[in-house]
Design a binder for this molecule. Sequence first.
Ligand SMILES: [Zn+2]
Ligand SMILES: [Zn+2]
Length: 345
Amino acid sequence: MQALQLVAPGTIEVRDVPVPAIAPDEVLVRVAGAGLCHSDLHILHTPDWPALNVTLGHETAGHVAALGANVSGFAEGDPVLVYLVWACGVCRQCVAGRDNVCATTGGRLGLPPGPGLGPDGGMAEYIKVNQRFLEPLGDLDPVRAAPLADAGLTSMHAINGARHRLDPGATAVVIGVGGLGHVGLQILAATTGARLIAVDTSEQKLEIARGHGADLVIKTDADTAQRILDETSGYGADAVFDFVGVQPTVDLATQVIAPDGALRLVGLGGGGFPYRADAATAPLPWGVDVRRPYAGTRSDQRQVIDLAKQGKVSVDVTTYPLADGPRAFADLEAGTVPGRAVLVP
Ligand SMILES: [Zn+2]
Ligand SMILES: [Zn+2]
């Protein structure tokens, strides 16, 4: 079968590899769509990324093609989503519903394994998955649903962790209307009473934001922070979701967060800000809580699938044939993909 693999740091290639053999508790999934994420670019450009000759793709959906001897509850042809967090399921964190920070498989500073991040991922004709990590998709189209495994999951988790600041009357700022941001806006619109401000550098992406529930869109310029402060009577936004994480967006986020605000740094663009435990800690107002959320819990995953089934969340996808995967990577890097790029084998 064809698979898009990381063959060396900085180099991806669509190769011929064997169809994976499944263990008794595994399911072979015929991939319908595999989303392409900024993390894939991060993996591509990490000089010492440890998992070479691994199939990329951590946003995968498809149809059950074969069942291991011990698998129950699935039948051939079922549409399924592959959950990103391959946690142990039995440690104290997992049983408390925090499987995204599994103590056994992730530990204090690591991550639980996930497809395309160690084990082979979904940018291939087939993927093998332990049955524990499959979510039924019902009537959802697996090509359009694939990004729910990360763009949907991660934005759902970031928002669920900020609900105490998203009451009616609140203002939420979404920075970056890309794969995650355009889904995050829809989740916020569907599940909160907050006023939504979307910020992006691209007029095209702001148009997408308008269509997905933003009450106000702002094209980034030197006055963006002041504009948001003016919109909130100088007090700032109750919640800020930075889905980009580069220095200018982190600067903006810290300049507009309100006292007691929920500052969520989701994008991994490498930006930062100084913090000191003193009375004059610029740039943060008092009471701000900062979080670097990772992926999401199984419950977050179910919730965003349910929102999609209700038609309240839909991913804008731009499809590429799997063989054109390298072109999709280049387009994502150039920032020209509207919504989410999805590779279709
Ligand atoms: Zn990702
Ligand atoms: Zn665990």
